[in-house]
Design a protein around this ligand. Structure first.
Ligand SMILES: C[S@@+](CC[C@H](N)C(=O)[O-])C[C@H]1O[C@@H](n2cnc3c(N)ncnc32)[C@H](O)[C@@H]1O
Length: 424
C-alpha cells in the first residue's frame, strides 16, 4: 500500500494515541479506528501493523531516535523495519529528516546490548535468566518480535479437521494441521476468518495451538462435572465442552461480566448445551460453596502477566513490572487455593498461565503443594502421550514456548486430589 502524506499523518496520530499505553494497545487502536471511520480495511491493517511493529521494536527504535516524537518513531520504523528507502521517503519528509534517516540506517543492531536486541526490559531479562541461557533469551526475544501465526480449532462436535482443511483449500486459504493439537489448523497469512461460513456456523474458532493443548491436559469426559474457573470469553471452555461431547455440566466462572458476555455468541455457534456461564465476585464468592467437593475436573487458566503472548501483545512489556508480577503471584495462589476446594477426591486440577516466568508458574505450584499435601503432580508428558500428543521434552510440567513450539508461551501443571479424604 502506497504511503501518502495523509496516511503518514494518520499513522503518526495513531502512534501518538497508543504509545503512552494508558490501556492495552489493541483497545486504544480500536478507539482510534472508531474516531476515523473513513479508514478502509487496508488502511486499518496498515496502521495496526505499523503500530504493533513499533511496539515490537521499540527499544531499538528509541536507541535510534533518543526521546523521540511519534513522527520520528514512525519514520525510523519505516526506514529500518519496513525497508523503505530514501527515494520512497523523500516526498514525505523534510530535508533534515532525510540526513537523519541516513544516519539511523547505518546504526548496527548487532552492536547493541542483549536486552535491546532481544527487545526485553532489563528486569525481564533478569527474571528469564533463572531458567534460560543468555543465548536462548536472545533467540526467544527475536522470535517474540515476529507476529504469531493464525491458528484455529475445529469444533469436533460439528466437523472433522480434514473436512475443514479441504473446504479452506477450496476457498484458496492455505491451511495445514498443527503439529501437536489433534484439532488444530494453522493458516497462512491473515485471512478474515471471522467472516467465513465455517466460523459463522461454529465449526471453527480462533485459538492458539498451545491453548488447545491445555484442554487435553484437563481431558474432561462426557457426563462429568467440570469447572473452568477463569473462563473469560471461553476460549478453553468451548474446547472442554466439545471434549465432553456436550454431556455433563461445565461451569464457566469469571469475575468479568463483560468477558462472560463475549462467551455467549460463541456458545450459541458452538452447538454446546452443557455450559453454564456464571459471574462470580471473586474466588471467595459464596456461590462456589455449594460446589465444594463435587467437581471432577477444574481448570484454572489464571490471570497472569501474559508475557508468553508478546507476539500478539507486545505492549505487555511496558504494562508489567516486577511489582505487578508479585501481585499476580499472590492472586494466582489465592485462586488456585479456592479452585482446589471444588474437587472431589480423585479429581484433577490443571493450573495454567500464558507466562514464561517461574514466579507465576513453578513457584505457584510449589507454594500450593506445600500447603496441600492431599494433591500430587501428574506428569504432563505422559498424560499427553496417552492421547497421542507427542511433545518431546515435556515432563512433569507443560512448558510451551514460541521459540521451540511456535505456540504462545504456556505453562501448565496437572494436580490430582488423593482418593482418600484427609484426616482432620
Ligand atoms: C487468562 S484469562 C482467561 C482466558 C480464558 N480461559 C480463555 O481461554 O479465553 C484469565 C481470566 O481470569 C479472570 N479472573 C481474574 N481474577 C479472577 C478470580 N478471582 N476468579 C475468577 N476469574 C478471575 C479474568 O477476568 C480473566 O478473564
Amino acid at each position: 500500500m502506497r504511503l501518502t502524506p495523509e496516511r503518514l499523518n494518520l499513522l503518526i496520530i495513531a502512534v501518538r494515541k497508543v504509545l503512552p499505553l494508558q490501556a492495552p494497545a489493541d483497545v486504544l487502536l480500536r478507539q482510534f479506528f472508531r474516531d476515523y471511520p473513513q479508514l478502509g480495511q487496508n488502511g486499518r491493517s496498515m496502521i495496526a501493523e505499523t503500530v504493533f511493529g513499533i511496539l515490537r521494536h521499540r527499544f531499538f527504535l528509541e536507541v535510534l531516535t533518543g526521546k523521540a516524537t511519534a513522527r520520528e518513531l514512525v519514520l525510523a520504523y519505516l526506514a529500518r523495519f519496513q525497508g523503505m528507502n530514501l527515494r520512497e521517503l523523500t516526498p514525505l519528509i523534510r530535508e533534515v529528516e532525510s540526513k537523519w534517516i541516513q544516519q539511523i540506517k547505518a546504526v548496527k543492531l548487532e552492536e547493541q546490548p542483549q536486552f535491546i536486541r532481544a527487545e526485553f526490559p532489563e528486569w525481564l531479562v533478569g527474571k528469564l535468566q533463572q531458567s534460560w541461557s543468555d543465548e536462548d533469551i536472545l533467540r526467544l526475544g527475536q522470535v517474540l518480535q515476529q507476529p504469531a501465526p493464525l491458528d484455529i480449532r475445529v469444533n469436533s462436535l460439528l466437523a472433522k479437521r480434514e473436512e475443514v482443511i479441504a473446504v479452506l483449500k477450496q476457498e484458496g486459504i492455505e491451511a495445514q494441521s498443527t503439529p501437536f493439537s489433534p484439532v488444530g489448523i494453522r493458516l497462512t497469512g491473515n485471512p478474515a476468518i471471522n467472516r467465513n461460513a465455517l466460523f459463522l456456523s461454529g465449526k471453527i474458532e480462533v485459538q492458539d495451538e498451545g491453548s488447545q493443548i491445555l484442554g487435553f491436559l484437563l481431558a474432561p469426559k462426557r457426563g462429568e462435572m467440570v469447572v473452568d474457573f477463569c473462563a473469560g470469553a471461553g476460549g478453553k471452555t468451548l474446547l472442554l465442552g466439545a471434549l465432553m461431547h456436550s454431556r455433563g455440566r461445565l461451569y464457566a466462572f469469571d469475575i468479568s461480566e463483560k468477558r462472560l458476555n463475549n462467551l455467549k455468541p460463541r456458545l450459541k455457534r458452538s452447538g454446546l448445551s452443557n455450559v453454564h456461564p456464571q459471574h462470580i465476585d471473586s474466588e471467595k464468592d459464596i456461590k462456589l460453596k455449594r460446589l465444594a467437593g463435587k467437581i471432577d475436573r477444574v481448570l484454572v487458566d489464571a490471570p497472569c502477566s501474559g508475557l508468553g503472548t508478546l507476539r500478539r501483545n507486545p505492549d505487555l512489556k511496558w504494562r508489567q513490572s516486577p511489582e505487578s508480577i508479585n501481585e499476580l503471584q499472590k492472586k494466582q495462589i489465592a485462586i488456585l487455593t479456592a479452585a482446589a476446594k471444588l474437587l472431589k477426591p480423585g479429581g484433577r486440577l490443571v493450573y495454567a498461565t500464558c507466562s514464561l516466568l517461574p514466579e507465576e508458574n513453578q513457584q505457584v505450584i510449589e507454594r500450593f503443594l506445600a500447603d496441600h499435601p492431599q494433591f500430587s503432580i501428574l506428569n504432563c508428558g505422559e498424560l499427553l502421550a496417552q492421547q497421542k500428543i507427542n511433545l518431546p521434552d515435556t515432563g512433569e510440567f507443560l512448558q510451551l514456548s514460541p521459540l521451540y513450539h511456535n505456540t504462545d508461551g504456556f505453562f501448565a501443571a496437572v494436580l490430582e486430589h488423593s482418593r482418600m479424604e484427609p484426616k482432620n
